[in-house]
Design a protein around this ligand. Structure first.
Ligand SMILES: Nc1ncnc2c1ncn2[C@@H]1O[C@H](COP(=O)(O)OP(=O)(O)OP(=O)(O)O)[C@@H](O)[C@H]1O
Length: 296
């Protein structure tokens, strides 16, 4: 069984207009998990709970099997890197070097070489005041600093927002390296399909404060197919996982299923050979999932 780096157990967090939870969710150790879902669904709230910037109203969050309701111990906190969606302004008046020196003093595994190399590759000019950095430069600084602490747990809230395409590629490669070489676990919230395609091992869909499940990306991809068969309304009515269907011509019907295994079995049983089968793209499967396709 996979070990959990993080776990939300029956977690409830009340917000002004919505309630997150109860959420039961695991972040598997040494994998990249992408949090997907519409705006306001609760992704950042889950992330803040994981960084213990906020506490749950009910339930508990555990880090490597331990819950810390009195606050995260220093060594655990120092092993977590969190890049928020929006940055605090307290450091605005400080110079980049001073902010980096402060973090180096706080995080025992801080790696100056990695930090400077990343800033260089991100093309962020040194010596500036934090307030003088552009939005994208500030995010690059925060991503470099997050990777420089050599985290065990990396929490990234929409990290690509405002990044240029070169920095975006560098960031994705570095995150993958962090998992493959340093054994880190990554939780990433994103609206970008390409990011999910390139980086995620697992996907979690959040909808209106609830988790609609955690799925392995490859298993999710295996489920989605568009299939054309000779028209047979009875057979189509029995087909499992169908999220869309249309009569293509007099004798042909097309349907989209999120249960390819079940659909194939039924077609075999009926002795029907598909005219054509197309694997769905990741964005298509994600859209059907978001529209409730997997709960049918
Ligand atoms: N500090 C807060 N106080 C009260 N309510 C909040 C707070 N932060 C977020 N919310 C509310 O909680 C809900 C979930 O917000 P959250 O930021 O977690 O969503 P999200 O999925 O990250 O959205 P997005 O994709 O737009 O970043 C929203 O209804 C939001 O208005």
């Amino acid at each position: 069984m996979e070990k959990a780096a993080l776990e939300w157990k029956q977690v409830v967090k009340k917000r002004d207009r919505m309630v997150l939870g109860p959420v039961d969710l695991k972040l598997y150790d040494n994998y990249v998990t992408a949090l997907i879902g519409r705006n306001g669904s609760g992704k950042s709230t889950l992330m803040k709970l994981a960084a213990q910037l906020i506490m749950p109203d009910e339930g508990e969050v555990t880090w490597y099997g331990q819950s810390y309701p009195q606050g995260l111990p220093t060594d655990v906190r120092a092993s977590i890197a969190y890049v928020p969606e929006n940055f605090a302004s307290e450091e605005d008046s400080l110079k980049m070097d001073d902010v980096a020196a402060f973090r180096a003093a706080w995080y025992p595994k801080w790696d100056w070489q990695r930090f400077e190399e990343l800033l260089n590759r991100f093309d962020v000019p040194g010596g500036k005041k934090m307030s003088k950095l552009s939005k994208g430069q500030r995010r690059k600084f925060e991503i470099a600093a997050a990777l420089a602490i050599r985290p065990k747990l990396l929490l990234l809230d929409e990290p690509s927002s405002g990044l240029d395409p070169f920095a975006w590629k560098t960031m994705m490669n570095e995150i993958r390296r962090c998992v493959d070489e340093d054994g880190a676990s990554v939780l990433l919230s994103t609206h970008i399909v390409e990011e999910v395609r390139r980086m995620a091992d697992y996907l979690v869909l959040i909808d209106k404060g609830r988790s609609l499940g955690l799925l392995e990306k490859d298993a999710l991809m295996d489920r989605g197919r568009e299939i054309w068969i000779g028209r047979d309304d009875e057979l189509l009515a029995e087909m499992p996982g169908v999220v869309e269907s249309a009569i293509e011509s007099e004798g042909m019907v097309r349907f989209v299923t999120l249960d390819y295994a079940g659909s194939s079995a039924l077609l075999d049983e009926a002795g029907v050979k598909p005219i054509r089968v197309r694997a769905l793209e990741l964005d298509e499967v994600m859209e059907h999932w978001m529209n409730g396709g997997l709960s049918n």
